[in-house]
Design a protein around this ligand. Structure first.
Ligand SMILES: Nc1nc2c(c(=O)[nH]1)N[C@H]1C(S)=C(S)[C@@H](COP(=O)(O)O)O[C@H]1N2
Ligand SMILES: [Mo]
Length: 358
């Protein structure tokens, strides 16, 4: 992964990635469930086309009863619908200096969807997981070259997460079949984990008796300062609060303009480590912080709303900011902490707002 100084303009390569992988416009934070088409997208290689009639999910590896399952057979199993806030591990990457060269997210790589599918754990248990199994590997259909390595997109989960967590194999989103870009015909959804764990376009699930050492596990998605160190794996989502940008935007700069008076600032906050326990807002660029009012969570694995009443008395330029805490004790830093891949930057969001003369 290369790096560029953030003073340099965006490269054509980054622009290509940015155009393929759309973010959620922040005004869509108003919806508890992100409308289909506004949920962010991240696709490393190409969107594969899958012939669902010929398609079978393969259950393989350290299992007493390996299996091939059609979509119809999967749909006959226990079916659940779970609201999950999903966020790309690279969200906030463009705010790091120097900027890690990859999809240049600012802060919009998030969305909440109602995913419909069947729980993963009972499926694995019924297939008879062997006693020496340590991880479960999920392989997609999509192939590409990354870091010089030709690969299929694949990621593993620890056995404990696969058997005790709330992961589902999803064939639906918001009451419709998965669209191609979200993983048709079947994807993994791992509540609380950053996006990379949620493998799309599944073709095979393999139970492993040794840790997976594939590219997306040991090269990509590691928190490290340089390529020589192994670093720490990226796992669960760090807390973040985002605000619906108030007022109206300037077309080019996206600076916001509001009239003097009282404004209800609102947004959402989430964490993959536990419940969001506190959200604060600053209308003074961080000089002073006040507690926001918390709303209900959309679900156990989904964001919760917050609001704050701002009296914009004086015309002038302001910087608004918000930050969240979770009940596991995690909170958002004021400044990004740099790492090579540009992962997990949950530094506070700042929004430039002008209060216009009345
Ligand atoms: N097969 C496959 N699964 C994948 C990816 C991919 O490129 N290929 N991208 C991952 C990443 S990095 C993210 S953030 C999420 C994004 O899911 P979405 O596009 O449905 O929002 O999918 C994950 N699953
Ligand atoms: Mo991602």
């Amino acid at each position: 992964m290369g790096i560029v100084s953030s003073a340099e303009g965006i490269s054509t390569n980054e622009l290509q990635l940015a155009l393929r992988n759309s973010g959620m416009p922040l005004e869509a934070l108003r919806w508890p469930l992100t409308p289909l088409g506004l949920h962010y997208l991240l696709i490393h290689y190409d969107v594969p086309t899958v012939d669902v009639d010929a398609w079978r999910l393969e259950l393989a590896g350290r299992l007493a009863r390996p299996a091939l399952l059609s979509l119809e057979e999967l749909k006959e199993r226990e079916t659940v619908t779970v609201a999950v806030t999903m966020e790309c591990a690279g969200n906030g990457r463009a705010g790091m200096t120097p900027r890690p060269l990859s999809q240049p997210w600012i802060g919009e790589a998030v969305g909440t969807a109602a995913w419909t599918g069947t729980p993963l754990a009972p499926l694995l248990r019924e297939a008879g997981v062997s006693g020496n199994a340590v991880e479960v590997l999920f392989a997609g259909f999509d192939c590409g070259i990354e870091g010089g390595v030709t690969q299929t997109y694949e990621r593993s989960l620890p056995m404990s997460e696969a058997l005790s967590g709330d992961a589902i194999l999803a064939w639906g989103i918001g009451n419709v079949a998965l669209p191609p870009q979200h993983g048709f015909p079947l994807r993994l959804v791992v509540p609380g984990w950053y996006g990379m764990a949620n493998v799309k376009w599944l073709q095979r699930i393999t139970v492993l008796d040794a840790p997976f050492h594939g590219y997306q596990q040991v090269q990509g998605y590691r928190i490290r300062k340089n390529a020589d160190e192994p670093g720490e794996p990226v796992t669960r989502i760090l807390p973040r609060a985002l605000m619906v940008p108030p007022g109206i935007p300037d077309f080019m700069t996206r600076r916001r303009f509001v009239a003097p008076g009282r404004h209800r600032l609102e947004g959402r906050a989430w964490s993959g480590w536990g419940e969001v326990s506190r959200v604060q807002v600053s209308v003074t660029g961080g000089a002073r912080w006040d507690d926001a009012e918390l709303g209900d969570a959309v679900g156990r694995h989904a964001w919760r709303g917050w609001s704050y009443s701002w009296v914009a008395a004086e015309p002038g330029d302001y910087q608004l900011a918000c930050r969240a805490w979770d009940n596991a004790g995690n909170f958002q830093p004021l400044e990004p902490e740099w790492n090579l891949g540009g992962y997990g930057n949950n530094a506070v969001q700042r929004i430039a707002v002008t209060v216009t003369p009345s």
